[in-house]
Design a protein around this ligand. Structure first.
Ligand SMILES: Nc1nc2c(ncn2[C@@H]2O[C@H](COP(=O)(O)OP(=O)(O)OP(=O)(O)O)[C@@H](O)[C@H]2O)c(=O)[nH]1
Ligand SMILES: [Mg+2]
Length: 332
């Protein structure tokens, strides 16, 4: 039977980690429903108790399989768990999406594990915003561990993963792309590296390649450990979990956990505000004939770009005269 949620019943349900309330709350978050906004505002002061672990990496390396094995492992220790799996909703990965569900399905009957898949498209406020809000819902529900799975491909996935306290990069042998991505700077992101599919003959080579790239990296107080795993058989999971726990302890002992969270939250606020500003700008220009005319003038080289920017900023955001007022008045 369909149930109508009010703010009160939703807040109460989320606090009790009621599955239907959690499912509803995340659906509301995904559709940018005002009720979701009220819910988060209400429960936000209670959040911060969950430890967030991001699992990222190229498609098909075994992120979901690893996650499933990790969840099994931490459940033995009794921790309550939330999982948000961000699936690319491209038609090419329909199989993977289904695969995720199956791989994580082992845990569907466990009341202490809440798993939710989200598509990457159709989030009004952007993927990073939706994921952050969904993670906050699970945090408010008292989940001790919140896992986020994303395919480490584009900028938006990188934004998603930056809300995690510990980021695990999953790679597999024989994938040159991953090595390129590592070199290209995604390197700054991982705290722990799992080389999965260690049953593959090239696994050892992959580890030494990764190690040599890490050696090039800047001197940091935490060097990402590299763990060999075989997710489907549960091999190396204890070691992987130990590496994640070590990183957590490192953050806590050096006081950098609070620092990292503060930085992440500030970054998140900026990212969301920028995304909104961009949407607002695009809408304003689309709806305003005069603003569209300015763009036309720039395209015909009748008006220079920065003058157009200035007029747009003044009209859309009521800001101007700031950085751009040096024209002519600078007499030096
Ligand atoms: N041989 C071998 N296969 C594995 C291992 N781990 C995962 N696989 C297989 O690799 C395929 C992809 O696994 P997933 O866990 O769905 O990978 P994923 O990274 O979550 O994939 P996407 O979410 O689609 O990016 C599946 O067929 C798994 O059975 C492993 O350790 N060894
Ligand atoms: Mg997956």
């Amino acid at each position: 039977m369909a149930r109508t949620w009010t703010l009160d019943t939703l807040v109460e349900g989320v606090r009790k980690a009621d599955r239907r309330a959690l499912a509803r709350a995340i659906t509301l978050v995904e559709s940018s429903d005002p009720l979701a906004y009220d819910l988060i505002r209400e429960v936000y002061p209670e959040t911060g108790g969950a430890y967030a672990i991001g699992v990222t990496g190229p498609p098909g390396v075994g992120k979901s399989s690893l996650l499933s094995a990790i969840v099994r492992h931490v459940r033995e220790g009794g921790a309550s768990v939330g999982v948000i799996s961000v699936d690319p909703s491209s038609p090419f990965t329909k199989g993977a999406l289904l695969g995720d569900r199956i791989r994580l399905a082992d845990h569907f009957l466990d009341p202490e594990v809440f798993i939710r898949s989200m598509g990457t498209r159709g989030h009004l406020g952007g993927l990073a915003e939706t994921t952050l809000q969904a993670a906050l819902v699970l945090d408010a529900a008292g989940k001790e561990l919140v896992f986020l799975e994303t395919v480490g491909a584009g900028q938006s996935e990188v934004e998603v993963i930056t809300i995690a306290d510990t980021v695990v990069l999953v790679l597999m042998p024989g994938s040159g792309d991953s090595i390129q991505a590592l070199k290209a700077g995604i390197m700054e992101i991982p705290d722990v590296i799992a080389v999965n599919k260690r049953d593959h003959p090239a696994a050892k080579t992959m580890v030494s390649e990764v190690r040599s790239i890490l050696a090039l990296g800047s001197e940091r107080d935490w060097r990402p450990p590299i763990v060999l795993t075989e997710a489907v058989r549960g091999e190396g999971i204890e070691e992987l979990w130990a590496a994640i726990t070590d990183h957590r302890r490192h953050l806590e002992e050096t006081g950098t956990l609070e620092e990292r969270r503060a930085r992440n939250l500030a970054g998140e606020v900026f990212a969301v505000a920028s995304a909104r500003a961009k949407t607002h700008l695009e809408e304003a220009v689309a709806e305003d004939e005069e603003l569209r005319r300015l763009l036309g003038e720039v395209q015909r080289r009748e008006l220079d770009p920065l003058t157009a920017v200035r007029e747009i900023m003044e009209k859309v955001f009521k800001v101007g005269q700031g950085h751009g007022d040096s024209n002519g008045s600078d007499t030096r």
